[in-house]
Ligand binder design. Structure first.
Ligand code: ZN
Length: 81
């Protein structure tokens, strides 16, 4: 016997990414939240999307020096020349 999935074929798959990244409109988010309360597979998908996004943001943030670092470097190089 297979488990019955009441949402089979109607998961809001294309809205999961924007929801995980907080780029959905408020109305869209409410619809997703209602679905997530009942749908475990989409909740897990959101959790993993958020984890991936957090990792991406962390790696991008690590590569971009804070704006004051550049001017401090320029100042310290300039003072030695
Ligand atoms: Zn779902």
């Amino acid at each position: 016997m297979r488990m019955v999935d009441p949402y089979e074929g109607s998961h809001p798959e294309d809205l999961l990414s924007p929801y995980a990244l907080d780029t959905l409109s408020e109305g869209g988010s409410l619809g997703i939240e209602a679905h997530l309360e009942l749908c475990r597979s989409c909740s897990e998908e959101i959790a993993s999307l958020r984890e991936t996004a957090a990792r991406l943001i962390a790696s991008v943030a690590a590569q971009v020096p804070p704006p004051d670092l550049r001017s401090r470097l320029i100042a310290s190089v300039g003072s030695r020349v």
